[in-house]
Write a protein that binds this ligand. Sequence first.
Ligand code: PMP
Length: 408
Amino acid sequence: MTTQYLDLFSRLIEGSDGGKREFLEIGRLAGRFPAASLRDIEGTDSISVWCSNDYLGMGQHPAVLEAMKEAVDKFGAGAGGSRNIGGTNHYHVQLEKELAALHGKDDALLFTSGYTANDGALSVIAGRLEGCVVFSDALNHASIIDGLRHSRAEKRIFRHNDTAHLEELLAAADPDVPKLIVAESVYSMNGDIAPLPEIADIAKRHGAMTYLDEVHAVGMYGPEGAGIAARQGIADDFTVIMGTLAKGFGTTGGYIAGPADVIEAVRMFSRSFIFTTALPPAVAAAALAAVRHLRSSDAEREQLWSNAQLMHRLLNERGIPFISDQTHIVSVLVRDEALCKRMSAELLDRHGIYVQAINAPSVRVGEEILRVAPGAVHSADEVRGFVDALDQVWERLGADRLPLGTAK
Ligand code: PMP
């Protein structure tokens, strides 16, 4: 590369405070969640992790590990091709059937991540229907935003969880064009839940399709872990349910489940499905074991919810503000980038607790949070220990408290 280009890159990263690099250093964990050691495999800095998306601990569940090892022995390490050209394995097909059954839909389609599932599915669903207008929640994930960008469909953004605004936008749209409403059931940064019955009702009245990202809900909520819409008995009202295998199911990959023809259209046209190597069979086998386990066991969901409720109660008692008590995603509101980073650093240095500070662009400036994820693998005592440590850091750094009893 000529110096001229290197200079351009130097200018591009100018002003970066090294925050991201520091993040990558801290994030280099080794060990089994929620215990970990820092910086190297033999590291002696033993810490506990409070920001993993392996919410139910399925990434280390014996049945999941066993299934993965067995599949590696039988089928090797990689898929060997894209799904359409030699890369489809027995486990991919079985997993798609299992996911369709989980959500009570005709069919399902796997992708290599939740990101590529949203990107590929939305670019086809919104992009291939002539004149489709999309109504998208303001806090929808980057992968949804990118999928909609790739669709080139006309887009109207409704204020977060504001169904009156959604209704207003739909009422103003041409009644004769196809319409699609896109929302998440559990919002990744706020940890709050969308008003799904109202959204479903609005969609029916305006003849809109619905696409629901249940990434932070599948495995964790609803009968057999089928998600929030299923918990509310309205999964049928959502045309497409989208999920990940990387959070509740502890592995990696993403999927959509929906009507046969919609799934087939995505299979035919989605670039992020067609032009990439399929998930390794062993990953599909592990995910299949996780989905099956969580369809038959409530224990992990119960433990997760019990830990989440305990954390909500303890934070309330100490006046430490957090956004929502509706889910296991406990977003502690710090509202200051520097303070948020210091809190994260002090928790790590003084208490051996790792929880990542979340700053822009993941949240808006001034809405910085510590996104705490109590998991099913934490004990109640560990939850108490976590809140005690946070309380001490909160005090030491002079962060604002809510008057007691007014927190969520
Ligand atoms: N949707 C939402 C709401 C997410 O939060 C994420 C990732 N955190 C994704 C989709 C992408 O999922 P994956 O990590 O499987 O790519």
